[in-house]
Ligand binder design. Structure first.
Ligand code: TXA
Ligand code: MG
Length: 357
């Protein structure tokens, strides 16, 4: 079904107390096989009825998403799990009770038989219950599980506002529900529970420490801290250069914050001398060191508290896209807590180009 342009509808909705009318209109579009972008507590999602294979296929068309990259199924409640899974393992129940609704995605054996477009033919399915009132209202009103990747064109930074969604997908989807900025700014944590030992496939809003407090040791998939190992990554999404702005990104990684600023300034001077226009993505700690030198500087969050950096990360990469910048020099943060997710996204935006200091 090749549809070139669609008039994309746009409805503003109260993020805390979503009005019935826009939610019902969005729900009806989902049930009719359409695509609806909506805010979640992580980033904006692009939803289709997970039980309608043609609707799910349209997600791949609209995003230009590789066909082997599976989708997360969003449910309206923990109780909704029992409709699609016969036997809910104890640790799944435990995690769901603690973290749902919330930014945790669980990869489970697919007992229901979801479309292979959703499972990537892996025999497993990723599920989560999102915590955003608009997402939950949409799921409840439509009464169907909703397959939803991030609502960006494949390879572009994930959208954290409705405007980002339109920048990428205007004319390709049926509706955007504008509920203001999404929450955390980085996507959910993806945890594989299909083996004996839980494996963290993608770091996100729920930290390894939070998971380990409940589960005991959690293994980090090698793709989390590196671009590619010898084995293919278990989360197919991790193998693509992703979250990429148009400018080349160089990521600086190390514990010495002042040393990092020195290295970044030296590299910026070298690049400038070669005629390249430099942007710098920094934490507030070093912001003043980069200013008034002719570089485009965006700063957010703190090295020891990167929450505000997470919120601003994708927006910042999109802002650099609109600036005359050839290279973005990005400060890395300590890879712990939410910093692990921030570093993972920066590493992938950088396509693995890292300067260790
Ligand atoms: O926060 C989020 O998770 C957002 C919001 C909209 O819910 N969604 C999101 O979806 O980030 P997406 O499609 O951009 O990322 C899903 C990730 C990909 O890395 C994909 O490969 C992985 O989850 N994934 C999905 N199903 C999987 C499966 N069965 N096995 C392993 N990895 C899976
Ligand atoms: Mg995505």
């Amino acid at each position: 079904m090749a549809r070139d342009r669609l008039p994309t509808g746009f409805l503003v909705v109260d993020p805390r107390n979503p009005e019935k009318d826009p939610i019902q209109r969005a729900g009806a579009i989902l049930l009719a096989g359409g695509l609806v972008a909506f805010p979640t507590e992580t980033v904006y999602g692009l939803g289709a009825n997970a039980l309608d294979e043609r609707a799910v296929a349209r997600i791949f068309e609209a995003k230009g998403r590789p066909a082997d990259n599976p989708l997360i199924v969003h449910l309206d409640s923990v109780a909704g799990l029992s409709r699609y899974f016969k036997r809910i393992p104890e640790r799944v129940g435990l995690l769901a009770a603690h973290f749902w609704p919330g930014p945790l995605t669980l990869v489970l054996k697919d007992e229901y038989g979801f479309s292979s477009l959703i499972t990537g033919g892996l025999g497993t399915v990723a599920v989560r219950v999102p915590a955003h009132p608009v997402a939950l209202a949409l799921l409840r009103t439509s009464g169907t599980p909703v397959a939803a990747p991030s609502a960006n064109v494949s390879g572009r930074p994930s959208p954290t506002t409705a405007a980002h969604v339109l920048d990428d997908l205007d004319g390709r989807i049926d509706l955007v529900l504008d509920g203001g900025p999404a929450g955390l700014g980085v996507e959910s944590t993806v945890l594989d529970l299909t083996g004996e030992r839980p494996v963290l496939l993608r770091p996100g809003g729920i930290t390894p420490r939070q998971l380990e407090a409940l589960l005991g040791p959690v293994k980090l998939d090698p793709a989390v801290n590196g671009m590619a190992g010898n084995e293919p990554p278990r989360s197919p999404g991790m193998k693509y250069t992703h979250y990429a702005p148009r400018a080349r990104v160089l990521l600086f990684d190390g514990a010495d914050s002042a040393g990092m600023a020195g290295k970044i300034l030296a590299e910026a001077e070298r690049l400038t001398a070669r005629g390249q226009r430099v942007g710098i993505l920094a934490c507030r700690d070093n912001e003043s060191k980069y200013q008034d030198r002719g570089y485009a500087v965006i700063a957010a969050g703190w090295r020891d508290d990167p929450a505000a950096l997470a919120v601003a990360l994708y927006e910042s990469l999109r802002r650099f896209d609109r600036m005359p910048v050839d290279v973005i020099l990005a400060e890395g943060v300590p890879a712990r807590g939410l910093g692990l997710a921030v570093m993972n996204r920066l590493l992938r935006a950088a396509g693995g180009n890292v300067v260790k200091i």
